[in-house]
Design a protein around this ligand. Structure first.
Ligand code: FMN
Length: 193
């Protein structure tokens, strides 16, 4: 699949078949993540591939409800988490992305006023991975609304690392509808903002 076509046709998939996915396809997804760019090539990401049913159920339990103005609804990705054979938990080592080289006096010193770039670097890897899944006919949905501290306990994530996102990987059981995007005229700026 051509890159621009993959970018445009990828959708968040929230309904899946229960079909298994072979390791080769998962490996291709991880490989795409591995080749993402990162701050100073620090590669702070770690990818936990969860196939164990009990762990998948426990991760599903970490999903947060979504607060709407008038009510709370279950996270729309909860069903997806319950059906897929694989969940990838993307973790980051803290204090690497964005850090100045060498030891900083006592704690980590960051090179910019944005501090740790771990969210940024892991996001690049995640986008590579969801596109690689899509190019292989698989579906994903990136999940941010979950209790990360609880997910870290479930997965034995060591101190110094955070779980940034979870994404289920499975065979889609729906087409996925594209939510509208802002027009370029609203978001692209010529010369000065
Ligand atoms: C950082 C991030 C967090 C998200 N968290 C959730 C989530 O918790 N639950 C969910 O169902 N979708 C989640 N999504 C998916 C978005 O709702 C989805 O990407 C957006 O509506 C655009 O739709 P599309 O991915 O089909 O283009 C998240 C996406 C991103 C990038």
């Amino acid at each position: 699949m051509e890159v621009l076509e993959a970018i445009k046709s990828r959708r968040s998939i929230r309904r899946y078949k229960t079909d298994q996915i072979d390791d080769k396809k998962i490996e291709a997804i991880l490989e795409a993540g591995r080749w993402a760019p990162s701050w100073g090539n620090t590669q702070c990401w770690r990818f936990v591939v969860v196939r164990d049913a009990e762990l998948r159920a426990k991760l599903t339990d970490t999903l947060m409800k979504i607060k709407l103005p008038d009510k709370e609804i279950p996270n729309p990705a909860a069903n997806a988490m319950n059906t897929v054979p694989v969940i990838i938990a993307v973790c980051a080592e803290i204090g690497k992305a964005g850090a100045k080289h060498g030891p900083g006096g006592g704690g980590v010193e960051y090179a910019t006023d944005k501090g740790d770039w771990f969210m940024f670097d892991t996001a690049l890897a995640v986008q590579n991975m969801v596109l690689a899944a899509h190019a292989q006919g698989l579906g994903t949905v990136i999940i941010g609304a979950f209790d990360a501290a609880q997910a870290e306990k479930v997965l034995n994530v060591p101190k110094g690392y955070r779980v940034v996102t979870l994404f289920p990987v499975g065979v889609p059981d729906q087409e996925g509808k594209a939510p509208p995007r802002k027009e370029l005229s609203e978001i692209a700026i010529k010369d000065k903002f």
